[in-house]
Design a protein around this ligand. Structure first.
Ligand SMILES: Cc1cc2nc3c(=O)[nH]c(=O)nc-3n(C[C@H](O)[C@H](O)[C@H](O)COP(=O)(O)OP(=O)(O)OC[C@H]3O[C@@H](n4cnc5c(N)ncnc54)[C@H](O)[C@@H]3O)c2cc1C
Length: 445
């Protein structure tokens, strides 16, 4: 077992750098160790790679238990098309193993260092949400350990209530020991990525809607700092498997909240640097319309571009991600454009995905366009985000809690129709609040 010296609290920080607390960090070596440690404490937090933008895996004065050492890939069952893994395994390691065996997992969040436990806890999505849904749609079974209930296996047929509460349950139902995922045969050794230049956010969605029926991976990069008719000019990316192999080039990188931005004393992103970088990026990408990459290189477009996050420096950044109903897209784009102009906020990154499906509890799911906006952790970004909160409430647009470190209980209650049900089911499952996090405290569940 690894503990920081004498169980002394260390500074825990959210990936966006804006939420901090002091908590002892403990790393159980195996399941027996984990059970022993949990029994020693009234309350604990559970932490994967710490890549949630908010403080979802730590709470002040409560030991934060790292899942990272309990990370075996247990068994690939080719007959049933499933793989069982311990939840501390990263999605990048799992995917590398699957590709070696001729299989694929289709829901891939942006970075390979994210753990499977973290993906279950926030029901993460990838570039294929419009097509095959999100993580919860590909989980066949889970094993969960809670100090008051012991080890419980659950699935859609076995303890279905606990299964449903744990998917997207923000790690609050207990330690997810292992996860059985549905996998599919690998459809090609390479991925062809095509970029289409678009003039603005409205055109971007029109291009994406045309492509969405073709079963492609779809997402966009947009420039959110342009004014007028070119607001959101950018590139729509469509990706498809192709047969011929391409040589893999990059290794999967580590990313962690403690080292993010530590070497950068002054934030490098501001309106001027962002504007220059965005124009240069658009120019380069517009020229390079099509490329073919090995599947493992194409899987995580952010891998190798971690410098973007470091450049915010230790002061950090913020992200807003919401699902805008498609019928409200055009007027929402105009409202967001005006809000950015009024607040003079700097948008370092904007991006779109298409979403389908019904959310429950506090899930980030719905029918619409997933709009993502990043900015430095400044007052103008906060002002912009409070305008977006009002828009989200008006539109009934879900906000991604894994990417947000500001929303309070009142806002969460107004935004999520499933809030009260989630709160009461969680209270029944964990009345003594033996699992805690700063996120749980902030949103009042
Ligand atoms: C660069 C980057 C890109 C991203 N892209 C996407 C994306 O495309 N789509 C998307 O949906 N999300 C995305 N995310 C968000 C990320 O997927 C989630 O925040 C995810 O939960 C992070 O997992 P983690 O392993 O870092 O866990 P942490 O951040 O440490 O924890 C997240 C939650 O999981 C819980 N948890 C973790 N392991 C366990 C376990 N074994 N048992 C019980 N609870 C557990 C924690 O308690 C906590 O509530 C991105 C994040 C980054 C940094």
């Amino acid at each position: 077992m690894r503990r920081n010296a004498d169980n002394v609290a260390v500074a825990m920080v959210s990936f966006d750098g804006t939420e901090r607390c002091a908590a002892p960090e403990v790393s159980p070596a195996d399941r027996a160790d984990l059970v022993r440690i949990i029994a020693e404490h009234q309350t604990v937090s559970i932490r994967g790679s710490g890549l949630s933008y908010c403080q979802a895996g730590a709470a002040g004065d409560v030991p934060s238990l790292s899942t990272r050492a309990i990370n075996r890939i247990i068994a690939l069952d080719q007959e049933n098309g499933t793989i069982q893994v311990e939840a501390g395994c990263t999605i990048g390691r799992l995917l590398t193993h699957l590709v070696d065996c001729g299989y694929w997992f289709p829901v891939l969040p942006g970075h390979p260092h994210i753990t499977i436990g973290g993906c279950v806890a926030f029901n993460t999505h990838g570039k294929t949400q419009h097509d095959i849904g999100q993580f919860s749609d590909h989980v066949a079974a889970l094993t969960i350990y809670h100090p008051d209930h012991g080890e419980v296996g659950c699935s859609p047929t076995e303890h279905p209530d606990l299964f449903a509460l744990t998917l997207g349950g923000m790690g609050l139902t207990g330690w997810i020991l292992d996860v059985t995922l549905c996998v599919e045969p690998l459809r090609g050794r390479s991925i062809r990525r095509r970029g289409t230049v678009v003039e603005n956010f409205v055109e971007a969605v029109a291009v994406m809607e045309e492509a969405e029926s073709e079963g492609l991976h779809l997402y966009s990069w947009n420039d959110g700092n342009r004014r007028g008719a070119r607001f959101g000019t950018g590139i729509v990316y469509e990706e498809a498997f192709v047969g011929h192999p391409a040589e893999p080039r990059s290794k999967y990188r580590k990313l962690d909240p403690v080292s993010r931005g530590r070497q950068i004393p002054i934030p490098l992103w501001n309106r001027m640097t962002t504007s220059v970088a965005n124009r240069a990026y658009r120019l380069i990408e517009a020229r390079r319309r099509e490329r073919t990459m090995a599947v493992l290189d194409a899987a995580f477009p952010i891998n190798g571009r971690e410098g973007y996050f470091h450049a915010f420096g230790a002061r950090g950044f913020r992200e807003y991600q919401m699902i805008v109903p498609r019928e409200a897209w055009v007027e929402t784009v105009e409202a967001v454009r005006l809000a950015i102009a009024d607040t003079r906020a700097c948008v370092t990154l904007a991006s779109l995905k298409l979403f389908k499906g019904q959310g429950r509890h506090l899930w980030f799911r719905g029918d619409g366009v997933c709009l993502t906006l990043d900015g430095p952790a400044t007052r103008s970004t906060l002002r912009l985000f409070s305008i977006l909160d009002r828009l989200a409430v008006e539109l009934g647009a879900p906000v991604n809690l894994s990417k947000d470190s500001r929303l309070d209980a009142q806002a969460a209650m107004s935004i999520f129709p499933g809030y009260e049900r989630f709160r009461s089911e969680l209270e029944r499952h964990d009345p003594a609040r033996r699992i805690d996090s700063e996120l749980r405290r902030r949103i009042g569940v």
